[in-house]
Design a protein around this ligand. Structure first.
Ligand SMILES: *[C@@H]1O[C@H](CO)[C@@H](O)[C@H](O)[C@H]1NC(C)=O
Ligand SMILES: *[C@@H]1O[C@H](CO)[C@@H](O)[C@H](O)[C@H]1NC(C)=O
Ligand SMILES: *[C@@H]1O[C@H](CO)[C@@H](O)[C@H](O)[C@H]1NC(C)=O
Ligand SMILES: *[C@@H]1O[C@H](CO)[C@@H](O)[C@H](O)[C@H]1NC(C)=O
Ligand SMILES: *[C@@H]1O[C@H](CO)[C@@H](O)[C@H](O)[C@H]1NC(C)=O
Ligand SMILES: *[C@@H]1O[C@H](CO)[C@@H](O)[C@H](O)[C@H]1NC(C)=O
Ligand SMILES: *[C@@H]1O[C@H](CO)[C@@H](O)[C@H](O)[C@H]1NC(C)=O
Ligand SMILES: *[C@@H]1O[C@H](CO)[C@@H](O)[C@H](O)[C@H]1NC(C)=O
Length: 781
């Protein structure tokens, strides 16, 4: 935190404001000192011995037994009060009110009302926005960040500053480059999004091996499902009906959620605002009770977006009465309502015969079980595991270093003509640092953030490495409208300095929740600023794009006066330090683009609301993402350079794999293009093979390298051109080598979804590629 010297003065100021009643009571409680800023919890046996007699307070019983004890003690009214995020207290049972809504997308955030910051905890470690972390393609980093975030969350909980249920991560597919919330997601690829979901959730929840039921905090994968239009040309998420084919549903939109529930064992899923094929997701029994709870066996609760139950009644007019809206959502499998709608209408729904008390019981059971698993009913959390976490565990030096490391690992080097990067700090006497994002703070943390521990802006990070810095913002803000262009100071600085760094891009005024872009070009006059600076710059020009979504920067790619281009996402609190680490070569860039960078023509010709992933040659529809898109790109999914060169060499892989198939199967007598997974003997035991590779570092710089294993299946059933089936990041010393092995499960990794949403194994040649290396594996029966 490092700012404790100022604390006495602030104490006095806060005390004065609290006396005047100008601040929220919880802030004042926290400011009054550690003692009063205690956590909320149920079953305070130490304060009231009577509570010890309740089996639901007995920590040696299972969560299930405790829930079954508690449920019958609650009145219907009390149950209904626990269907909403501001759950009502039951004082006669020693249960305080509980706020379910907290957020921790990339650090503990105060976007949800159950978490707040105060003088006691003024900030938390703010990691890069998720899209940049995804670009690291380092699965252990996803989990490492999750662990740090939940440590800070538990520490804040002990101090009465946070809940235990965090509605993160956002794992929707970044399907369209214009989406304002694409920044929050791990990108366009279902496999990467699945790995991110499982990794981050495991880090957050950190279930211990001894008692896998116990949760450190409860994560929530959202927004289920096919949600990725916020507000595009007036089309609002609240009323948008996503028309999704069975095939796209099962091989694009659902996989991250499936992985989150099955591999990540998440404690919650949030249903979205939009409709899918005419049904609101929070009122679709097939999507909720059928898929999440039935097929995937969610051990946890299903929560609505805030307040999507109200939205399906008032905005979508999906039911005639509010009671029917309450009933259909609960009966479909919804357990908790972010909002107040279910509190207001559930009783009437029961009285009107639309719903039974048993339906409510089912939901309450799921909610209470999660609180049990979080040890909310175990008494004072300071006497329980994680009980010793406190102030010093928030914003610790190690946590903040991980935020810087995560940004370094994600930053993508897109262009490096004549290897002008890295710059030699000793040789650069003066550095021009130009652009509307060159000295930003809050822009770096994107949305769904909390106040960070501190900021290192790009200007601060860069100028720490050189004697003389010339700073010129170039425009008043990223909007860079005509009157705000400050060209003269910018070109003057560039013409004098030994090197020029331009930091441009976007912020939340350009792309955000409830606001999608209509253009992929850099905002306002940014292009002009960059071009004019590049024209007169004395030294090499490095263009740094700070943004969540991609831009069409073809002009910069082809401008020979721009030597290097970096994409830095929204790099978090330590972004400026990480950018400097890469530019001056203290860190060898290893990030890769997690999304396709499309040309502006894409935005001109494709409706954002068109959910189809696959191209349609008859209308010229180009399809979406690297798996299907047929048009030109500015940069491709997976693009990213290094200060070194890595080569791949195949060590071993089979050429032929035989899929066992019953002797009586029709495909033995007739030629089949594919076999349904159900018929293929896949269930008998995993059909596996190993693909082993050697990675050599052929350059002079040490560094990490992500090995991407792509597969091109036979062209049947509208199969993707290629899809990612594995990635592994390895560190390699110069002239060194590392071995990477992928364990391929044929039915899981090489199957595809047909037009009816059925998973099949295609027969014939599957081409596996790693960089320029290609290897064909033939599947036969
Ligand atoms: C808690 O449950 C355990 C296991 O059933 C039992 O042995 C113990 O007596 C219970 N504790 C209290 C205080 O009732
Ligand atoms: C202790 O808990 C019991 C059971 O909930 C309650 O009836 C009683 O009023 C509580 N006593 C105090 C002093 O709060
Ligand atoms: C819940 O309570 C919080 C804090 O008291 C308040 O800010 C919020 O508006 C309430 N309602 C919902 C729906 O979260
Ligand atoms: C850069 O931003 C920091 C943080 O907001 C601020 O303190 C500093 O004055 C700014 N520097 C310049 C040169 O504007
Ligand atoms: C590149 O820089 C040179 C001067 O260094 C200038 O003459 C030329 O116009 C510039 N070209 C572009 C495309 O900016
Ligand atoms: C985009 O949507 C509008 C409104 O639904 C429709 O009129 C138009 O034909 C669509 N354009 C394309 C290229 O699909
Ligand atoms: C990588 O290899 C290419 C092609 O051999 C070469 O032009 C380039 O200089 C190498 N780059 C590095 C950083 O070693
Ligand atoms: C992946 O991230 C972890 C956590 O920061 C780090 O220790 C490890 O070195 C990274 N792996 C590679 C290959 O860079």
């Amino acid at each position: 935190m490092g700012e404790r010297s100022k604390s006495h003065l602030l104490d006095l100021l806060l005390a004065a404001l609290c006396l005047l009643g100008a601040l929220r009571p919880n802030v004042c409680a926290a400011a009054a000192g550690d003692v009063t800023a205690g956590p909320i919890f149920a079953c305070d046996v130490a304060a009231n011995a009577t509570l010890a007699g309740f089996p639901f307070c007995n920590a040696s019983l299972s969560a299930h037994e405790r829930v079954e004890d508690l449920l019958p003690r609650l009145t219907l009214k009390e149950k209904i009060g626990n269907l909403v995020n501001n759950a009502t207290a039951v004082p006669r049972l020693g249960i305080p009110k509980y706020g379910w809504w907290s957020e921790a997308l990339h650090g503990v955030s105060d976007v949800g009302p159950a978490t707040f910051f105060s003088h006691l905890i003024p900030g938390a470690t703010s990691f890069p926005q998720v899209i940049l972390t995804a670009a690291s393609f380092n699965a252990s980093l996803f989990e490492a960040i999750g662990k740090v975030v939940s440590t800070e969350a538990r520490a804040m909980h002990n101090l009465g500053h946070a809940g235990l249920t965090f509605w993160s991560p956002n794992i929707n597919i970044f399907r369209d480059p214009r989406w304002g919330r694409g920044q929050e997601t791990p990108g366009e690829d279902p496999f990467l999004a699945s790995k991110y979901a499982a990794g981050y959730v495991k880090g957050l929840q950190e279930t211990d091996d001894e008692d896998p039921e116990k949760l450190k905090v409860a994560a929530c994968c959202k927004h289920y499902t096919a949600y990725d239009v916020d507000n595009w040309k007036g089309i609002q998420r609240y009323t948008f009906d996503a028309k999704v084919t069975k095939q796209d549903m099962d091989d694009t939109f659902q996989p991250p959620f499936k992985s989150c529930v099955i591999d990540g064992n998440v404690a919650s899923v949030m249903c979205s605002y939009n409709q899918v094929n005419g049904k609101p997701t929070c009122a679709d029994p097939d999507l909720l009770a059928g898929t999440i709870r039935g097929d995937w066996k969610l051990n946890g609760y299903i929560v609505s977006d805030c307040d999507s139950v109200s939205v399906l009644y008032y905005d979508q007019h999906y039911t005639k009465t509010p009671e029917e809206a309450a009933a259909i959502s609960i009966k479909s499998g919804l357990d908790l309502n972010c909002g107040t709608f279910l509190k207001e209408h559930t009783l009437a729904a029961i009285k009107g015969g639309h719903l039974k008390e048993e339906d409510v019981d089912k939901a309450i059971r799921n909610n209470l079980a999660v609180l049990m698993r979080l040890r909310f009913f175990d008494g004072d959390p300071r006497k329980l595991p994680y009980g010793n976490l406190g102030r010093d565990d928030v914003c610790s030096a190690a946590n903040q270093e991980l935020a810087r490391e995560a940004a370094r690992q994600g930053i993508v080097l897109l262009k490096n003509d004549l290897e002008r990067l890295p710059l030699d700090a000793a040789a650069v006497e003066s550095l021009a640092v130009i652009g509307p994002n060159a000295n930003v703070t809050v822009t770096m943390i994107g949305n769904y953030a909390g106040p960070p521990c501190k900021y290192t802006t790009p200007l601060q990070g860069l100028s720490a490495n050189v004697k003389n810095t010339l700073y010129a913002p170039g425009c008043a803000d990223v909007g860079c409208q005509g009157s705000s262009l400050q060209l003269a100071a910018a070109t003057d600085a560039a013409s004098k300095a030994d090197a020029t760094i331009l930091v441009v891009g976007a912020d939340q005024s350009i792309e955000r929740e409830s606001f999608d872009r209509v253009s992929l070009l850099l905002p306002g006059l940014q292009t002009e600023l960059i071009t004019e600076v590049a024209k007169v710059a004395k030294g090499p020009v490095v263009l740094v794009i700070m943004s969540g979504g991609p831009f069409d920067i073809t002009f910069a790619k082809s401008n020979h006066n721009i030597s290097a281009i970096l994409w830095v996402g929204y790099p978090g609190e330590a972004g400026g330090a990480a950018i400097a680490d890469v530019i001056f070569g203290f860190f060898n860039p290893s990030g890769r683009l997690p999304v396709t960078w499309y040309p502006e023509s894409f935005a001109d010709s494709v409706n954002m609301t068109d959910m189809r992933m696959r191209p349609d040659p008859s209308t010229g529809y180009p399809g979406r993402t690297y798996r299907f898109y047929t048009g030109e790109t500015v940069y491709k999914f997976g693009d990213g350079l290094s200060y070194s060169n890595f080569t791949h060499h195949l060590i071993s892989a089979p050429k032929l794999v035989t899929v066992p198939l019953d002797a009586s199967h029709a495909c033995h007598s007739q030629r089949c293009l594919s076999v349904p997974l159900a018929d293929s003997g896949c269930s008998a035991g995993p059909l596996k093979f190993d693909l082993r590779l050697q990675v050599r570092n052929a350059g002079a710089a040490r560094g990490s390298h992500t090995v991407f294993l792509f597969m091109t299946p036979p062209p049947v059933h509208g199969a993707p051109k290629k899809h990612l089936m594995g990635f592994e990041k390895v560190f390699v010393e110069p002239s060194g080598a590392a071995e990477v092995a992928f364990s391929v499960e044929v039915c899981r990794d090489m199957s595809l979804v047909d037009e009816n949403g059925e998973r099949k194994v295609a027969l014939g040649a599957h081409v596996l590629h790693v960089g320029s290396l290609k290897h064909s594996v033939s599947l036969t029966i």
